[in-house]
Ligand binder design. Structure first.
Ligand SMILES: [Zn+2]
Length: 464
């Protein structure tokens, strides 16, 4: 039986023309469609709010004080630290600090020799610089927009050079006691926590964009709540979201976004909240404010399939044997070589040939659950019995080994040794936070959520 879902979205809240769409899709396309729809929804109207949050504000300070030992959190570095970067400071103040520094922004078509000449140095100096160990690899290729600073003394004698290899890395060459030496300076990254929030009118993607979230953050937000909200089908007008995320700065210039630290999504009146937390094993995941995992212990579909070729059926006529034989799993048809993922974290208890299953893998998850993957064309490199496997890790590839009429993954799900329909079985929640860590988590979580709510109020007030 193929499951079909009919989607009909009627936007009562839109003014003017009412956007309307109806699509008929099978569940297998739900995920890819989710993102496609997000992208195409750009043309619709939106409303949202946004404000950058300066982590040095009092509230942040309070949170830092209360959570000295906490986790992987965006803590602002001290002001002193960000001022450590002497090179740019000197270069940008050539007039007042050092007259000998000259700063150049690389332009297309120009080479290093040109800039050395501009700095009043002869070509021998450049050869000398390039002959220093590890220098030429950074200066071999220069790109428009990169910054080069050269220091020469009043006798036109080369003293030092600074070259910004990338926003985080500077190559430094300087004369010390007459000899030229070089080193790489990594600039300290300053982390700040930023707030973004929006109310969805027509499209989550558009509202996210308006809240100044980049594509990656919008996708990440959808991923954080993916176990609870179907972003292709469930989003309703007036749903809203709040996000605290990290921003990275170098010398006060933003160089990128970090992960989502906390988030809230209100979908159809239901509130979902997530806190990012790294446990004592170093595993980072998202949890509810009470410390429950937002993840399920299993992903329902361990392969990107084209169709379900055979369902769980205890009275099936076997397509190869042509006799009634229980089919205790689901067959996902997919091209040979399609990666197969571990449905849950666990241990490899079998890998090898297994009768009609062909090349098969059995994973044990805790004491109750096992999953089986059959007809594989090959196993993941170095996969061995006893290996510890993480949920989503690629363990093998679709094939048609054993008794198979075509390439597909045969997938079984057992609880206490009893087969269950993988498509219908109630999947257990992944482990939450317990014990000592929980007290710490709750304090941390409360503070983050308070900070997020406070920011949302500030932004709403500013827009009123
Ligand atoms: Zn099968």
């Amino acid at each position: 039986m193929q499951r079909h879902i009919k989607v009909k979205t009627d936007y009562k809240h839109s003014r003017g023309k009412q956007p309307y769409f109806a699509i008929n899709i099978s569940t297998k396309w739900a995920l890819p469609l989710a993102f496609t729809i997000l992208a195409f929804a750009l043309i619709w109207r939106f409303s949202s709010w946004e404000q950058s949050y300066d982590a040095t504000q009092d509230e942040q300070q309070e949170w830092v004080d209360e959570n000295q030992v906490t986790l992987d959190v965006a803590l602002p570095e001290s002001e002193e630290e960000t001022l450590l970067i002497q090179p740019t400071t000197i270069a940008e103040n050539t007039a007042s600090l050092s007259k000998e520094w000259q700063s150049f922004t690389i332009k297309a078509g120009d080479n290093l020799a040109y800039y050395f000449q501009e700095a009043g140095l002869d070509s021998k100096v450049l050869q000398e610089v390039l002959s220093i160990k590890n220098v030429s690899q950074h200066l071999k290729k220069i790109y428009p927009g990169q910054t080069l600073r050269i220091q020469a003394d009043s006798n036109q004698e080369f003293q030092a050079l600074q070259f910004d290899v990338d926003p985080l890395t500077t190559l430094i060459v300087e004369r010390q006691n007459g000899t030229l030496i070089s080193h790489i300076e990594d600039k300290p990254i300053e982390k700040r926590v930023a707030f973004g929030g929006g109310r969805i009118q027509d499209s989550f993607f558009v509202a996210g964009k308006h809240a100044k979230l980049d594509d990656a953050l919008i996708m990440e937000l959808a991923k954080v709540f993916a176990y609870d909200i179907d972003f292709a089908l469930d989003i309703k007008p007036n749903d809203y979201f709040k996000v605290l995320f990290e921003e990275y700065f170098v010398n006060g210039v933003k160089v990128g976004n970090g992960p989502i630290v906390a988030a809230e999504f209100v979908n159809n009146g239901n509130q979902y909240r997530a806190i990012r937390y790294t446990d004592s094993n170093g595993e980072t995941s998202y949890y509810s404010p009470s410390g429950k995992s937002l993840k399920k212990a299993f992903i329902r579909t361990p392969v990107q399939y084209t169709r379900i070729s055979s369902h769980f059926n205890l009275h099936r006529r076997h397509p190869v044997l042509h006799k009634i034989r229980a089919h205790k799993g689901v067959d996902y048809a997919a091209p040979t070589g399609t990666p197969v993922k571990a449905a849950g974290s666990g241990k490899v208890v079998f890998v090898g040939k297994k009768g009609g299953y062909g090349n098969a893998i059995i994973l044990q998850h805790g004491s109750k659950y096992t999953t089986l993957y059959g007809h594989l064309s090959k196993f993941s490199k170095s996969l061995k019995k006893g290996n510890t496997i993480k949920q989503g890790q690629i363990i093998g590839y679709v094939g048609s080994t054993g008794l198979a009429s075509g390439p597909h993954l045969h997938f079984e799900f057992r609880i206490d040794g009893v087969h269950h329909d993988p498509l219908k079985v109630a999947l257990p929640q992944a482990d939450g936070i317990s014990g000592k860590a929980k007290t710490q988590f709750l304090a941390y979580s409360n503070n983050l959520l308070r900070m997020m709510d406070h920011q949302a109020k500030v932004v709403v007030a500013a827009n009123d």
